[in-house]
Design a binder for this molecule. Sequence first.
Ligand code: N01
Length: 538
Amino acid sequence: YLNMRKKNNEIKLDVLIVGAGFGGMYMLHKLRELGLEALIVEAGDGVGGTWYWNRYPGARCDVESIEYSYSFSEELQQEWSWSSRYSTQSEILKYANHVADRFDLRKDIKFNQRVRSSVFKEDLNKWYISTSSGDNYLAQYCIMATGTLSSVKEISFNGLDSYKGDWYVTGNWPHQKIDFAGKKVGIIGTGSSAVQAIPVIAKDAKHLTVFQRTANYSIPAKNRKLTVQEVKKVKSNYSSIRDEAKNARAGIASTVYGTKNVFDVSDEERNREFQKKWDYGGTDFNSAFMDIGFDERANDEAANFVRSKIKEIVKDGETAELLSPKTTIACKRLCADTDYFETYNKSNVDLIDINKTPIESLTANGLITSKDQFSFDIIIFATGFDAMTGALTSIDIIGKNGVNLADKWKEGPKSYLGLCIEGFPNMFTITGPGSPSVLGNMMVAIEQHVEWIIDCIKHMNANDKKEIEAELTAENEWMDLVEIIASSTLRDTCNSWYVGANVPGKKRVFMPYAGGYQTYREKCDEIAKTNYEGFKIS
Ligand code: N01
């Protein structure tokens, strides 16, 4: 079918979507419903995005599976049953594949092709998109469903080439099972990925050495199997769960937000609330009180509670101190773990503070720090992502007047609503910088963006319009608002990937919209209702 439509090695489409993760798949499904010719180009050989690439041991969701799932099809939600409170990567990937099969998506997905460039042809109002396999597409709209944590940070340790052992990156994990039994393993990084991987690897490895730069807050996930009765109850109640999620600050229905400030209550009541959240498990610990994310003294109370838990769990005092984070608790994304701190009580696990003794170089057998030599059979880099912008700036995206997106974003990303970028007409970004995306439930954020884009394209077609572009003033005002909101919180108080501080040379800018998902959605709806205020439509 595609070959028939191919002329001059160029395939004409209404819409080209980049990426077959949850964003791209739903986008394709909705575009088909509109009767448009749409196609996904995907670098991997399967669907699932994040869940396709992040196959490291212990990888799981940190939003409850009931809520981290599509809401758009009643049949889909009735026929699919989640096994656990937080599902494994393999179960989520199975779900992604089920969705692809159920909605017959694969026939419009080109796998094993990476989009290399996307150039806006001003004379045609269309995007000319070229891929690694030599295919070219000409499309009215280009939709970037490229994910927020999908561009793995460059592994740039000295001596990597000389290292003779095996090495793996959590964000691009091999498809075959890695056997750690009897192996000496080193892992660099203690973010969410490492926090999930470390306890699992420590079970099998002969020895595991963890190299930590910054200690991280982690709350026990309290993961468990869901009972048949629970699943049944959820299935009969899905519509109200989804409604609640749509109207919640983080797009999660189950989060219970405290209605008091930390110092409104007695020490006993405060501790009781923290303990309740700790026992419930998962990442909504900070919602125990209203001001944890805003007031440093309040924040310190929450942080002290977690630090005291770490000291209770970890038997060796020095290790416990090293694992106790010194940053504010509302700054980085909280981790949700299963036996993370407990793992440091095992005799085969060591923790190295690389602030004190930095890694100097990898060697043929392992690595050297400023103090010691380590030999490893396997080294794991759990060093994170070029978040929110990396997946987009790694493609040559050329807009009007030959402007490259990477150049436009040198001083930090600019986008209107995290959906459209001035100078780049007819291009949409699903969960782009400037939208809440990573600050809440990605599935809710994805569905909202896809549905907004669909309504926008419908509006364009109904009015016989060919080009839509964000206005510069609207974009600037929006990004100013994103910054103002972030600076009213404690989110910018440490070196997180939210501000790009984890990537050397990246401009420090708080990228997601922190004003709450529900407020954001209302704003997007209002803009659509007022004839797309802030957009030039022609
Ligand atoms: O990445 P990270 P991640 N030398 O950037 C360290 C989502 N996610 O893949 O903090 C030495 O958080 C770095 O140290 P520092 C979730 O949103 C979700 O773990 O920069 N160390 C840090 O310890 C999460 O927030 C789940 O000082 C270096 C670690 O590597 C996001 O993805 C699971 C270094 C990187 O941590 C990213 O998590 C996994 C260097 N050169 C991920 N460079 C769920 O649970 C970096 N580090 C759903």
